[in-house]
Write a protein that binds this ligand. Structure first.
Ligand code: ATP
Length: 284
């Protein structure tokens, strides 16, 4: 038996960090949605009690450090599954990019193994399992568009944003999420995104208001450390993207574009600056 799952990338329409909690985690409030750029995951049952990961991407771990491996191990332990699984990850989402590629692979593995082994686990329970693996995993289990609070595991689903194009560009640098959060002084943040404004803009399908309300408090840390991300934002705005923001802790920058006619110009203009550029639709 084999199952296939798509693991789409997420973008943050907003990311606010409210404070640092006593348990060391940051209390966040963020609006997340998914884009049509996805890894494809194949899961095949093995008679032996083992987990094997393979991928064409040479730059991700294939052992227990891989989040798909951790998802498979977790579900096997919790549900006492004796069979093993072979998991192939066809990676399309750039790694360590702020697009939750690893988290989405983990979530897709949970969904896929639930089907493969006919476990009948509810979405809520899959999300609870996912929260053990990482803060973005619960959102990736169900996808859609949601406000995430707590560490990211408290989800309030909301309507889909107005349909548009999303141009994504990842400069050739690696950004550590832990380093960016570590350098953030939550109590000193000057400008915060307004979650109610974003929800309002989405509810009324007001694309311009949505673009104006985008905001990510991690930008000031990442842009300070990596001027190339700031430059990329400026280029994207100059080329005509209507709303431009860094996703997660970066370094990927995305631009929302309402008219298809503009997309090719922005895409081609950005290719002059970096190799990793994608033009996709929102997954609504
Ligand atoms: P987030 O937005 O959730 O912080 P990200 O997009 O910044 O995620 P990932 O692509 O998930 O980052 O990769 C972060 C790290 O996780 C990398 O260092 C990578 O080696 C490791 N990793 C583990 N499993 C995977 C996987 N299945 N796909 C990609 N990276 C993985």
């Amino acid at each position: 038996m084999k199952v296939f799952e798509k693991a789409p990338a997420k973008i943050n329409l907003s990311l606010d960090v409210l404070y640092k909690r006593e348990d060391g985690f940051h209390e966040v409030e963020m609006v997340m949605t998914m884009v049509d750029l996805a890894d494809r995951i194949e899961m095949q049952e093995l008679p032996r009690d083992t987990i094997i990961i393979s991928s064409q991407a040479g730059y991700i771990p294939l052992d227990e450090k891989n989040l798909a491996f951790q998802a498979a191990r977790l579900i096997k332990e919790r549900y006492e599954v004796k069979q093993g699984v072979y998991i192939h990850l066809d990676k399309k989402i750039p790694v360590a990019a702020g697009l939750a590629g690893g988290s989405s692979d983990a979530a897709a593995t949970l969904r896929g193994l639930n089907k493969l082994w006919k476990l009948g686990i509810s979405n809520e329970e899959l999300q609870r399992l996912g929260s053990v693996l990482g803060s973005d995993v619960p959102f990736c289990v169900t996808g859609g568009t949601a406000v995430a609070r707590g560490r990211g595991e408290l989800l309030e689903p909301i309507e889909a944003p107005p349909q548009c194009w999303v141009v994504l560009a990842k400069p050739p640098i690696n950004v550590s999420t832990a380093e960016i959060y570590g350098k953030l002084r939550a109590s000193e943040i000057q400008r915060r995104p307004s979650t109610p404004h974003i929800i309002e803009a989405i509810r009324h399908k007001r694309f311009d208001d949505l673009c104006a309300a985008l905001g990510n408090v991690l930008e000031e840390v990442t842009l300070d450390l990596y001027p190339e991300v700031k430059q990329l934002k400026e280029v994207m705005m100059r080329l005509g993207a209507e709303g431009v923001l860094m996703s997660g802790s970066g370094p990927t920058v995305f631009g929302l574009v309402s008219k298809e006619a503009k997309v090719a110009r922005i895409y081609n203009g950005l290719r002059g600056f970096c190799k990793d550029v994608y033009a996709v639709r929102l997954l609504t």
